[in-house]
Ligand binder design. Sequence first.
Ligand code: AMP
Ligand code: TRP
Length: 331
Amino acid sequence: MTRIFSGVKPTGHLTLGNYLGAMRRWAEEDQHRADALFCVVDLHALTVEHDPARVRRLSRQAATLLLAAGLDPALCTVFVQSQVDEHLRLSYLMECTASDGEMRRMIQYKEKAAQEAARGGTVRLSLLTYPALMAADILAYGAHEVPVGEDQAQHLELTRDLAVRFNQRYGTTFVVPRATHPAVAARVMDLQDPTSKMGKSEQVRTSGIVYLLDEPEVVRKKVMRAVTDTGSEVAYDREKRPGVANLLDVLAACAGGDPERLAEEYDSYGALKGDVAAAVVETLRPLRKRHAELAADPSYVDEVLRRGAERARGLARPRVDAAFRALGLLG
Ligand code: AMP
Ligand code: TRP
């Protein structure tokens, strides 16, 4: 049976980008057609400056939102990375498989290291080695497919390279996984800066970020104030009109249809924004409702995570043990 693995970092409140780029497919498609594991990757949240209490709170909130988005513990495995030791055990072996140069080439590393330096902060070593842990997350489970947004494509290529290299050097141990991306909204852009990704919390300004738990009125305001492009004609052109293209992508993802065709239906930015706002509010409505119900009973979420970690451990352990032996460790 096909195995699927994916994850989300608890570095901030989850966004519409997380939902349209990743979580929605996990719930609507992936969990129904494969043995799927979805992980709150809390160890990854420690690669940048963090507040322990906040990471703890956001981890629980991310897990609750995954369930609110429709992940069903009867169909898939939902768990927290730090509760399964195998990720860290295998991560070190991945560091011994990867080279310093290929880690430094990662766009995410370069961007985040530059941001950190601009703030006058220090760059944690774990920010550089992050992709080794991410590869371990995936390879420990023998995942065939990894449903992610487009921003993760380079990390997935590296994961594939590491799997192939390990298998060639030490004997076939890992499945070589592949990334899958959604047909539309694989990269949702910031509403105030449509040339950069809608990220959780990296930006100081949050008015261009729609959070999954934003009140409908807040969502509406953010969409209505979205930066559009000069000119007034509604056309789908990601290069020349990134603001409008982003709104059309979001509309297509939330209400259905094809972004280029949808463009033909509008003759003003205002009308387009009104429909986008309504479509996003409707898309998030059931998720917000379910989140409120689940948040009222944290012991349920904790129990789901406990069981998820138990299952994940059982799946990962034999493959990680095999990797230890393959490398020459007595294990
Ligand atoms: P992260 O928030 O970086 O942990 O991402 C969790 C998942 O959401 C990954 O699969 C990302 O590729 C996806 N994702 C994050 N931001 C966006 C975005 N703005 N557009 C599309 N997908 C995204
Ligand atoms: N690096 C991913 C991100 O920033 C999160 C992640 C960590 C992940 N491990 C993973 C995604 C394994 C998919 C599979 O979004």
